[in-house]
Design a protein around this ligand. Structure first.
Ligand SMILES: Cc1cc2nc3c(=O)[nH]c(=O)nc-3n(C[C@H](O)[C@H](O)[C@H](O)COP(=O)(O)OP(=O)(O)OC[C@H]3O[C@@H](n4cnc5c(N)ncnc54)[C@H](O)[C@@H]3O)c2cc1C
Length: 551
């Protein structure tokens, strides 16, 4: 391992931790600093949707998260005490996470942090980024420690994951445009007496504002309201929360105890650029959301995963142009998530009576036609990525092949050789690149063997897997046979190749299709491997580090 890591990550919130874990999982050392002394105790974000869960699964933390989470089974909209609309979660297909999980943010951060330590990483707590300048393609970064000592480091790559008031973003002068709502928000997490849904989010819309109720994993609930700004300061007390709950919940519920309360303003902003030379912006440093729809942390985790695997590929010898795809992939995805939160917040905040009446009618109609489940839930889940125009995917596709730039959905697998994965996404859970060859004929088998041999020749087998996918009924000739491509039986999601044909696709670590080829000749697989953005630089795992700065 090189003595001085070539990536510095500013901020050890969920975004920075995801970035650092992804780099380490790809064998690339990283320096991670945070001005706090330990991870957040504030349970701000609650909801993890499928897109972020898939990224967290590839980092090996999703199962542990699921054990501490409450699966959310639906949401409902109410007005004047009347249920207007309901939407069931759990109907998403092609993912092992068909419904969102409710997990308080400290749990997500703690599990990412444990993973970071297991991967040999550490956080330099009590270390703030104070300045950043860029020169000669490097980021000169000023760091100040809690004990007052200072250091300036020069790194080829800096990831600014330092939250909404990002010093990194401000230092490099990237505009952060958008607006702030003219309402403030108060919330309380605690135990509420009364008849409450155990596994659902409820939105109670009233002329005065909204009451949001969300079930928490430990049997408690979050209550959440908007208010005109400036009437009070500081976190709300139980009396204020009870008064609001009585007014908007029609006297049905009582606040028994609270363990976290907060009063805050909400902004909706997207940075003008997510990359400025050697600096990448990620998470809240690049986009600010209303909490409606629970999009902020989810988007940040996916930024971090994307920045992490691309930086790792470049630091292991891939063409640095790969990082030109970071902004065109992550900025539109983030802007879409910000728009979704904003749309929902505006629905909550409608005041004129005719507009509210129209909103209520519309919500009822959308629910009745199933449009909320078909259209809105997949958007919030952030699975519908369209990266077809990204410079990191090859255009053009083979007949019956998955489309480059689209995420490949999950599908069951029957493992035959070299793998025990029982689904495609389990197979992809290493977060490595994958050459997936589909077809039963000799062309497919020869192409898969050729890809395996070529990866060995290039010294890349630990960075890229090769899976030969045979028709569902196929039996393995020799399950214990010589090492070759991994073998499984199953059907490619989407259109399976016609009988007698074979195709191969290159899957990126995030499960997005990077390129496809028809295997009318086995050497076509070489064209696919030329799209593989990896070189070779070996690294050794580091020992496990301490937890917080006080350890
Ligand atoms: C009430 C509330 C509810 C929310 N609910 C949801 C939800 O349900 N779902 C969802 O997805 N999102 C939700 N969010 C948003 C979510 O909390 C944020 O999007 C998320 O925390 C962003 O993560 P991050 O790592 O990008 O930034 P942060 O969590 O802000 O982390 C930034 C880190 O950088 C550090 N830092 C800052 N400046 C410096 C510096 N100069 N040098 C070094 N370190 C620095 C900070 O100490 C911090 O640790 C909610 C937010 C709030 C307030």
């Amino acid at each position: 391992m090189s003595a001085a890591p070539e990536v510095l990550v500013a901020g050890a919130g969920p975004t920075g931790l995801t970035t650092a874990c992804t780099l380490l999982q790809h064998g690339v050392p990283v320096r991670l600093v945070d001005r706090r002394s330990c991870f957040t105790p504030e349970p701000k974000a609650l909801v993890l949707w499928s897109g972020a869960l898939e990224a967290l699964h590839r980092l090996g933390v999703a199962d542990a998260l699921a054990e501490r989470a409450l699966p959310l089974n639906g949401a409902s909209y109410w007005s004047g005490g009347r249920r207007l609309a309901g939407v069931r979660f759990g109907g998403l297909t092609g993912t092992r996470f068909p419904r969102p999980l409710c997990v308080p943010q400290p749990v997500t951060e703690e599990l990412l942090y444990e993973r970071l330590l297991d991967l040999g990483g550490r956080v330099e707590w009590g270390t703030a980024v104070t300045s950043v300048t860029t020169a000669d393609g490097r980021a000169e970064t000023g760091l100040t420690r809690a004990d007052g000592t200072a250091e300036t480091v020069s790194v080829p790559w800096l990831v600014g994951a330092d939250g909404t008031r990002s010093t990194v973003r401000e230092s490099i002068g990237v505009p952060y445009g958008g607006s702030s709502y003219d309402r403030e928000f108060v919330l309380g997490d605690g135990r509420i007496d009364g008849d409450l849904p155990p596994d659902e989010a409820q939105y109670h819309l009233s002329p005065d504002g909204v009451l949001v109720l969300v079930a928490l994993p430990d049997g408690g609930h979050r209550i959440f309201f908007d208010l005109p700004p400036g009437s009070r300061t500081g976190p709300p007390d139980a009396a204020e929360l009870q008064q609001l709950l009585d007014a908007r919940g029609r006297g049905r519920w009582t606040v028994r105890e609270t363990w976290w309360t907060s009063r805050f303003r909400v902004h909706t902003k997207v940075a003008a650029r997510f990359r400025e030379g050697p600096v990448l912006l990620a998470g809240d440093a690049a986009h600010a959301h209303s909490p409606a729809g629970g999009q902020g942390l989810n988007t940040g985790v996916q930024d971090g995963f994307d920045a992490g695997w691309k930086l790792a590929a470049v630091l292991r010898g891939a063409d640095p142009a790969l990082l030109d795809s970071y902004d065109p992939e992550r900025r539109p995805a983030s802007a879409r998530a910000v728009r979704n939160s904003e749309r929902q917040t505006r629905l909550w905040l409608l005041r004129p009576r005719p507009a509210r009446a129209l909103r209520d009618l519309l919500l009822g109609a959308l629910a009745r036609t199933g449009a909320l489940e078909r259209r809105i839930v997949p958007e919030l889940a952030q699975l519908e990525l369209d990266l077809t125009a990204s410079p990191a995917v090859r255009s053009g596709t083979a007949p019956g092949a998955p489309v480059p730039g689209r995420r490949l959905g999950d599908a069951p697998l029957r493992p035959l050789r070299g793998t025990s994965a029982t689904s495609l996404h389990d197979y992809l859970a290493t977060g490595r690149h994958t050459v997936l060859v589909a077809g039963d004929g000799p062309a497919a088998a020869r192409a898969a063997e050729r890809a395996t041999a070529e990866l060995v020749r290039r010294g890349l087998p630990d960075l890229t897997d090769v899976l030969l996918l045979l028709a569902p009924g196929t039996a393995a000739d020799d399950p214990e046979g010589p090492a070759g491509p991994d073998l499984a039986a199953g059907t490619l999601p989407g259109t399976p190749p016609a009988a007698g044909t074979a195709l191969a696709c290159l899957l990126r670590p995030d499960g997005v299709v990077a390129a496809t080829v028809a295997l009318d000749r086995p050497d076509r697989v070489d064209a696919l491997l030329s799209a593989l953005p990896t070189g070779r630089r070996s690294t050794a795992p580091a020992p496990r580090g301490p937890r917080c700065s006080t350890d």
